[in-house]
Ligand binder design. Sequence first.
Ligand code: AMP
Length: 395
Amino acid sequence: MKTINDFNFENQKALIRVDFNVPLNDDFEVTDTTRIIAAKPTIIKVLEDGGSCILMSHLGRPKGRQDEFSLRHIVNKVEDVLGVEVKFVEDCVGPDAEAAARELKPGEILMLENLRFHDEEQKGDKVFAEALSKLGDIYVNDAFGTAHRAHASTTIVAEFFPERKCFGGLLAKEIESIKKVMETGEKPVLAVLGGAKVSSKITIIENILDKVDHLIIGGGMTFTFIKAKGGNIGDSICEDDKIDLALDILKQAEAKNVVVHLPVDVLAANAFSNTAETQVLDVDKIPDGWQGLDAGPKTIENFHSVVMECKTILWNGPLGVFEMENYSKGTIALGDAIAEATKNGAFSLVGGGDSVAAVKQFGFENKVSYVSTGGGAMLESLEGKTLPGIAAILD
Ligand code: AMP
């Protein structure tokens, strides 16, 4: 696996695919710089070697060339974060882009206009990828968030750099973290899967059963399993068409010696609202008119013990409706437990969708080993898929 550390970028132009798909407010100001900060080490390494950087990214979902999606809006913020001047060119291919790239000197940064102003980007068009490839000497992919897409800038362009392509620092870290959980993690290995639906996690569960010793199932997913086992779940969220699947998962887990931990009690509410009446109930004795919206106290205690036993921990999905304060305790307690285990030497990876939002919201970001930057890319990795953007560098 080649990374930026395998190259000396002196007098080289690094063509870097970054993920600067950042949120903007109505005044086109960047409201979250996480992704820019995440790409900084890669960019600085190239500059410190004596090279230059040509940054390419997409922003939003433009239909053709639409000014509101111009990457020009973020240039100042990128300069602030990097502490280096950033030049900008109003296209990502063609004569202007080529001239700007040609004139770039060591120590300088050029940002190209939004790749998705060209339809060819998402189509993975080879001619477009070749036009991009003309701009740089070494191709660096540092965009985990789009690594699951076979787009021109994330995958196809790599073909034009057979010997001169590598992972950026961020992408390398993502790959290593996933590997630590899925292949080389110290045992016992635990996966915590929460969130709303079994259907969106089923491929992950099936793939993960071969890798883990313990599986905690929490959140809304719980109730399909509890109903499958004959419990009463009242009005809790449930996918009736996944009940057989839930039973099958439990059987598969048993056959593979994976210990499954389900909630034993819940905080139930008489409406899906933060101001509803609540009570703690056994998870399998929820009367009609009530729905489980968070883990109960015994469950929180049980999950704490499991987490503390494990040396490698993957967390995907909240344990309750954490967006409402009254149902956030289970998710916060789990975050606390994982933070404690991490402090004691466990490796913890948080990835995919809402668990990342929860981790950030409750301040666990720096208390776990790694928080993934890619939602869909992370989920597909956990499903066991080889991401095209990663395969293209490994080829
Ligand atoms: P996911 O994107 O699949 O990880 O699902 C995250 C969503 O699951 C969050 O928006 C939570 O509010 C929701 N969720 C978690 N627990 C429950 C529950 N017991 N009932 C309904 N929704 C839940």
